[in-house]
Design a protein around this ligand. Sequence first.
Ligand code: PMV
Length: 344
Amino acid sequence: MQINWKSPSNIALIKYWGKHGVQLPNNPSLSLTLREANTTTSLDLKKKRSKKNIEIDFLFEGERNDKFAAKLETFLASVTQELPWLTKNRLVLRSENSFPHSAGIASSASSMSALALCLMSTNRMLTKTPEDDATFLRMASRLARLGSGSAARSVYPGFTVWGKTTSVKNSSDDHAIIAPANYHADFNELQDSILIVHAGEKSVSSRAGHALMNDHPMAAQRYKNAHARLKQLLDALKHADWQLFCKVVETEALELHALMMTSDPSFILMHPNTLAIIERIRFFRATTNIPVCFTLDAGPNVHILYPYFAKKEVRNFIQSELLQFCVKKKVIYDQMGDGPSMLL
Ligand code: PMV
């Protein structure tokens, strides 16, 4: 019995930064599910060979990866109460990313959501639980969250919200949900071009990054800001208010980096080329009135967001003015995606 899922990465527009308890967010976040950047994972159950509590054979892009296997083991061991079959079988997991490992794209959202979906499908078959699709996805989102917070958002298409907020009905810290469907058609196929400024490993792990918020002097204000901006962003999406959209998205990215710069220890994760790109995007927007803005993850690479109708102009701008700041002129052209799919 082999289960296969392909699941996408996502980019947060309202950032999740700071957590408590078992992977619970300190503030709500809102993300865009991507189309091109994804992970395909397969899960096979085999007879156990040892007495180990969790026994896995893990192949990443066809090769054994013990470091990643150890992380998976810890995650799987933490969910054995709800998935007791995990301890009774050997798990053969194979995983592949659509993007190169050195592209500087965080793969935890796509890989953990793909794994969570494989686990939920297997559980559905073994326990013959006839849950409806909405329940299935909610449970997969929760399980993905336990593996990596941002992965909770990857099980849904389009815009996704994770974390309790009064601005979104049924929002929850436990799992993500699809953002309100009333966004303007301008945002259909929202474009995200990822400019690779640096292709190495992250210089601060997510876990260490979130922990920096525990004693951060600006933490309380940060969480208030995230709530307020999520509401503003929903308004911008509903009314196609591109000016507000760009302002909120850029402020979020810069605040995330400001928090890292002012934490103890301090981290500066932007590179000089990150700033060079940001300056040019702002100049291009001011001089052309084309709605285009940037966001950043916890790293130096720049995500450029723009509507489908401005695709030609913005791509020309990227090609002619921004490639010089990228490692080997590397750009990944991505856009809003339809969410995960089960492969037969
Ligand atoms: O899911 P984690 O623990 O890797 O945290 C992700 C944090 C950010 O990418 C910086 C923001 C976000 O909301 O995705």
